[in-house]
Write a protein that binds this ligand. Structure first.
Ligand code: ZN
Length: 236
């Protein structure tokens, strides 16, 4: 299996995240991100520690020794809080070095180990190759969450489509997709969600706007036939 193309896309996302981070002064790191209750510092700490957590999965695949992403949800959250309180220079180094470490782990993973099974933080068993997608989703979305200049429109279409697919899948699993229909403007007939509902909530916009809306971030440029319930169900 070739991992060249997925690795290129994750590296582009990492580069965007780092570029957005580099546009911020140290003082601006204290300002809000797009995520509720999280400053930009929290986003940077989370993305850094997420790289280390995913690198633990790559190491698990390589050695067969179980090394989970996190000991517990509490440990994960405590790590983010601690990281967010680092001096700005330390936080920036964490971000860059953790990303490099993960990339190096992927580069050194022997061909035959990419199919080895590891466990995500949600408890799902996946092949090691899936860690590239796990990270891809993180870096692209959180580059936007830094709330600098990048928006969902900066995310490549194939990545947007897969993110939207993941979100809709999680809604479907929880029974929350019923009665919700997403119509992609400009692409004839491209519809996601509930096609059979008689009086659905219809949200329309381009792929970037729909993914923005579905991810639960405010400010998405979508139109909706039902203003009262135009807030997306939560994701993850
Ligand atoms: Zn995340």
């Amino acid at each position: 299996m070739s991992t060249d193309a997925p690795l290129t896309i994750v590296r582009e996302g990492t580069a965007l995240f780092e570029a957005q981070l580099n546009e911020l002064s140290d003082a601006q790191l204290d300002e809000p991100s797009l995520l509720p209750d999280w400053s930009r510092r929290h986003v940077v700490a989370h993305v850094g520690y997420n790289a280390l957590a995913i690198a633990r999965l790559v190491s698990w695949a390589e050695t067969g020794v179980e090394t989970p992403m996190f000991e517990s949800r509490e440990a994960r959250n405590a790590e983010i809080a601690t990281g967010a309180a680092l001096p700005a220079a330390g936080l920036r180094k964490l971000s860059m070095h953790a990303g490099m470490l993960l990339d190096s782990a992927w580069q050194h993973l022997p061909e035959e180990k990419w199919a080895a099974e590891v466990q995500t933080a949600q408890g799902r068993m996946v092949e090691a190759s899936f860690t590239i997608w796990m990270r891809t989703r993180e870096v692209w979305i959180h580059a936007v969450d830094l709330n600098v200049t990048a928006g969902f429109a900066n995310i490549p279409a194939p990545v947007l489509q897969r993110i939207l697919g993941d979100i809709l899948e999680s809604w479907a699993t929880r029974g929350e997709l019923e009665g919700v229909r997403l119509e992609v403007s400009g692409v004839d007939g491209l519809v996601f969600g509930d096609r059979d509902a008689r009086d659905p909530l219809v949200v329309s916009g381009d792929l970037a706007a729909l993914t923005h809306w579905a991810s639960g971030r405010l400010g998405a440029r979508v139109t909706c036939n039902h203003p009262v319930t135009s807030v997306a169900p939560s994701w993850l």
